[in-house]
Design a protein around this ligand. Structure first.
Ligand SMILES: [Zn+2]
Length: 241
């Protein structure tokens, strides 16, 4: 039997969030042979599909279908192992106990070694911190020994918070800068598959360049593009350098 591959879990509120905010990590770890599962809680059909709504004949179902195709195409470009769509509805996004159990099942099935999700605060977008709360609660539910069985309970995978659109207002700090230079072309290609949000392409390229400069300054790496995260839990290590 082949040894189980290492796994990571990405939980985004809207179907495209993972591309801008975690596309580099997904591409990097997929290239290392990890299986990355992306959960999109909604299609971003109302709040993050402005371009599609310019067509007066557009319907909610068509927007959802198009956003799903785009997200799947981007996930494929990044090398994601699996994409799961919860279709909870956005603006506002509301979760249920059933959806919480469904996400806890995913945690227990794939046993991720890291989790990526949104910032804890975002005064511009209430779906994002709600997705974070939900992802974190499901993680804790999946740690419960009495849930399926003690053996099914997961450990304590570290949680990394994506860079939000306006960091200062979200009280978010870059505590980890991932060097994504080697996979930048893949991330950019995934951006470009998102026709509905073309206005974000250059913006997120600038963000990656900025974090790249800061990453180089905080290390001896010669890096050009970075993707930053904030940690939720302490780093546990016996190695400080
Ligand atoms: Zn979003």
């Amino acid at each position: 039997m082949e040894p189980k591959k290492k796994t990571g879990l990405v939980v985004g509120a809207h179907s495209a969030d993972f591309i801008w905010r975690a596309g580099g990590a997904i591409a990097l770890y997929s290239q290392k042979g990890w299986e990355i599962t992306i959960v999109c809680l909604t299609y971003g059909e109302k709040g993050e599909s402005q371009k599609l709504w310019k067509d007066p004949a557009m319907t909610l179902e068509r927007v959802k279908a198009e956003r799903r195709i785009e997200a799947e195409r981007a996930g494929k470009i990044l090398g994601a192992h699996e994409m799961v769509f919860f279709d909870l509805g956005d603006y506002p996004m509301r979760t249920s106990v059933e959806s919480l159990e469904r996400l806890a099942d995913i945690y227990q099935d794939i046993r991720p070694e890291f989790v990526l999700t949104h910032s804890l605060e975002d005064p511009y977008n209430f779906d994002h911190p709600e997705a974070t709360r939900f992802a974190q609660e499901a993680r804790v539910v999946a740690q419960a020994h009495g849930r399926r069985s003690a053996a099914a309970a997961i450990g304590a995978p570290p949680v990394f918070l994506f860079e939000p659109h306006q960091t200062e207002q979200c009280n978010w700090k870059p505590q980890v800068i991932l060097d994504i230079t080697s996979v930048w072309d893949i991330k950019r290609k995934a951006f470009e598959s998102m026709d509905a949000q073309e206005h974000l392409w250059e913006y997120y390229t600038r963000v990656a360049l900025q974090r790249g400069v800061q990453g180089a300054r905080n290390s001896e790496r010669k890096m050009k593009y970075g993707e930053a995260y904030q940690r939720v839990f302490p780093l546990v290590t016996e190695d400080l350098v």
